[in-house]
Design a protein around this ligand. Structure first.
Ligand code: SF4
Ligand code: SF4
Length: 455
């Protein structure tokens, strides 16, 4: 069993490998005050985004049922799924860049796991349980009050999770679908209802019990931290040159750390920041406020634990601009240029010429016939009208029953196309083309296929 001063642990694991349930103490200070503004803003943002519109369309909507996606005024459908690659790489490069500069600032200040846990669930827990010390005592003794509080807390968690689950689902369904589900009958949209139930259970489990384990076991970002940061990245750290040797307040030859343990008590992942930068540190800044409070009390200057780079913490020269930052910035810029180009070059519709099922060709008395379908996708946010124009090929006759069609936004249609030619003119298969023009924008796409006949 690792023994660190008076602590017999270094994180949320016991020496025997079992989970140690954490009871992080409350703390106050400048970063906590800032969090009281930032976290509610993040939560408010999450709650109102599903109700914001650009024109007639939602600002953000991933309508899986209709395979339609709306992002900040752009609309996409299933045909644009390849663009996800650029979105994911863009987010990854941004995270690389931000992490190299300011470490895990995202985890402590903007990650939904931290924001909802600290901003909602932990607050509710403290209202019900009182101080963490009292809660810890009850948890150990398992008295009557413990079980009563457990029931009240669990009900509160389920209620909060149900509310959050409804809002999460709103990012994936049209609002009218959601309203219909509740005003007409839940059975009109059983899948949506099923997701709400599933998410309610998942969120209750996660925020009620699993908590910091998600950051420690499941989220890959913390593990990437060691490769993304360097000695000049901004992290939360302990100044060992100032703090060591730690000792009791009355000790004469001690450093600034009085080994009070407050920084460990307030840590939501249960680590001791004095052991250096650790994968478990989510950058929440609780330990900074806790230590500053102690430093105030013992009349020493604040900042024994602080936002600083490793070089800063060991009193070495610091650099902001360094090769890693340039590399990540260049990757970010290249990624942004490529993504913007791909989105801007994207046509507002797609047209594919597909051979109809069944025999590839048929005969009439004098002709060979091929049957196709033009599969037209309107990827725009508006209704569009398309004109279908066959491209002349010698001896070939096109018959297109619907040569002009209007398709609603993000809709698709299949239009039959019959192609024939006299038997005696046919020698071998050859390409055929149909031009599809968007009447509004005059954008054109040539849909191609092959005319087939007997060898
Ligand atoms: S070490 Fe400090 S910043 Fe890191 S998770 Fe613990 S309390 Fe938060
Ligand atoms: S809170 Fe500060 S003084 Fe107390 S143990 Fe942590 S680093 Fe040392």
């Amino acid at each position: 069993m690792a023994t660190l001063g008076k602590y017999e642990y270094t994180n949320s694991l016991k020496a025997d490998g079992h989970r140690r349930i954490l009871f992080p103490s409350e703390v106050s200070g400048k970063y906590q005050s800032l969090k009281k503004i930032v976290h509610p803003l993040m939560i408010l943002n999450f709650l109102i985004l599903p109700f914001l519109y650009v024109g007639e369309d939602r600002l953000i909507l991933f309508d899986i049922q209709h395979r339609s996606f709306f992002l900040f005024g752009f609309s996409f459908n299933a045909q644009d799924i390849y663009l996800i690659f650029f979105l994911v790489t863009g987010v990854a490069f941004s995270l690389f860049f931000i992490t190299a500069l300011v470490g895990r600032i995202f985890c402590g200040w903007a990650c939904p796991q931290t924001v909802f846990l600290e901003g909602i669930y932990r607050r509710v827990e403290r209202w019900i349980e009182g101080s963490q010390a009292a809660f810890f005592k009850r948890h150990t003794q398992k008295d009557k009050l413990y079980y009563r509080n457990l029931i009240i807390k669990s009900l509160a968690y389920v209620l909060i999770s149900a509310i959050l689950a409804h809002f999460i689902v709103l990012y994936f369904v049209q609002l009218n679908v959601y309203y219909e589900m509740w005003t007409v009958d839940v059975s009109t949209h059983p899948v949506v209802f099923g997701w709400i139930v599933f998410l309610t259970l998942l969120l209750t489990f996660n925020y009620g019990w699993f908590r910091e384990q998600l950051c420690l076991i499941i989220c890959p970002y913390g593990r990437l931290q060691s490769v993304l940061t360097d000695d000049d990245s901004l992290v939360i750290g302990y100044d060992p040159m100032r703090g060591e040797p730690r000792g009791k307040a009355k000790d004469q030859n001690r450093g600034d750390c009085i080994d009070c343990g407050r920084c460990v008590q307030v840590c939501p992942t249960g680590i001791d920041i004095r052991n250096g930068l650790q994968m478990e540190c989510i950058g929440c800044a609780n330990c900074i406020d806790a230590c500053d409070e102690i430093m105030d009390k013992v009349g020493q200057s604040k900042g024994l634990i602080r936002y600083d780079s490793y070089n800063g913490l060991v009193h070495q020269p610091k650099r902001i601009l360094r090769p890693r930052i340039f590399v990540y910035a260049v990757l970010l810029v290249i990624g942004a240029i490529v993504s913007t180009t791909m989105v801007s070059k994207r046509t507002n519709f797609e047209a594919n010429m597909l051979r109809s099922q069944g025999s590839p060709y048929t005969f009439s008395q004098s002709d060979i016939q091929n049957q196709f379908e033009i599969h037209l996708f309107n990827k725009d946010r508006f209704e569009r009208t398309y004109v279908i124009i066959p491209q002349p090929t010698e001896s070939v006759v096109f018959t297109i029953p619907i040569a002009k069609i209007t398709i609603p936004k993000l809709g698709d249609q299949r239009i039959p196309v019959f192609v024939s030619m006299p038997k005696e003119k046919y020698r071998q298969s050859f390409p055929i083309e149909v031009l599809v023009r968007d009447e509004g924008s005059q954008e054109e796409i040539v849909a191609k296929s092959t005319f087939l006949g007997p060898r």
